[in-house]
Design a binder for this molecule. Structure first.
Ligand code: FPP
Length: 246
């Protein structure tokens, strides 16, 4: 990591980091299959990689880190695989309580949490309480999340306020709408990384990705080491973000 502290065009500029990085953690299953292991071994490796990546991002000063951990469509997977992913999440939550205290982490869960187990919901309640005391890096874990569902939820909440006479339809601005998304009070991602070789966004952060820079790589998520993430951040630093201007 000593490269971090030198400064030339091929090295990371710590003064020009993306404020918010989002990652679609894809490729865990293939990582395991390539090694003749069960898919669950890939998710375990993916979960460890997520934790290391979060520590790396925190160390260099990235303020917001959002990951796609489980989509509204992932319920279609075999029950053992789904159960395995939720066990990893539980383990992560148990273990992150100490990290949240020592590292000042704000941990948020974005998605429809109503289908989660009481045990997981209780742990999320505990981390929510800790988050209220913290103001360091924000880690957002998207769970039973879908971008379209998030947009519909925001639209329904606005419609309900209109029906109840609290607002009229002309009050609907981008800011008003954004305040009803899970990502309210969070700047949009500057950089989206999708490992695993697919070049689509798979219903992730549909509203928030409007001007996000994207990096797609064939590297599988468990193999996307901190060094490789650093190279992606350097690539991002050479991009010219115009937001529709020239
Ligand atoms: C996609 O890879 C990955 C998932 C659907 C699950 C991601 C979950 C974790 C990394 C574990 C728990 C998360 C946290 C935050 C502790 P895939 O299975 O679709 O891979 P494939 O395309 O190679 O089959």
């Amino acid at each position: 990591m000593k490269k971090l502290f030198k400064r030339d065009k091929s090295e990371l500029d710590l003064n020009n980091l993306p404020q918010h990085v989002a990652i679609i953690m894809d490729g865990n299953g293939r990582w395991a299959q390539k090694r003749g292991l069960m898919r669950s071994a890939g998710h375990l490796q993916g979960s460890n990689r997520f934790r290391s990546a979060a520590k790396y991002f925190q160390r260099i000063g990235i303020k917001y880190f959002t990951v796609y951990a489980f989509s509204t469509d992932n319920w279609k997977r075999p029950k053992e695989e789904v159960d395995g992913i939720f066990e990893l999440l539980e383990k992560y939550l148990y273990e992150s309580i100490d990290d949240m205290k020592s590292d000042n982490i704000v941990l948020n869960f974005w998605g429809d949490l109503s289908r989660l187990s009481p045990k997981l919901l209780k742990l999320i309640g505990e981390t929510d309480e800790l988050s209220l005391k913290n103001d360091g890096m924000h880690v957002n874990v998207c769970l039973n999340y879908g971008g379209r569902a998030e947009i519909l939820r925001a639209a329904k909440s606005f419609a309900a306020d209109c029906r109840e006479g609290k607002l009229t339809p002309d009050a609907l601005t981008e800011e008003e709408f954004e305040s009803r998304l899970y990502s309210a009070n969070t700047p949009p991602p500057d950089l989206l990384i999708r490992p695993g070789g697919e070049t689509r966004i798979s219903n992730f952060l549909l509203w928030q990705l409007a001007y996000t820079e994207m990096v797609f790589t064939d590297v599988l998520w468990p193999d996307l080491t901190d060094d490789k993430l650093e190279k992606i951040l350097i690539d991002y630093q050479h991009r010219n973000r115009r937001y529709g201007g020239i």
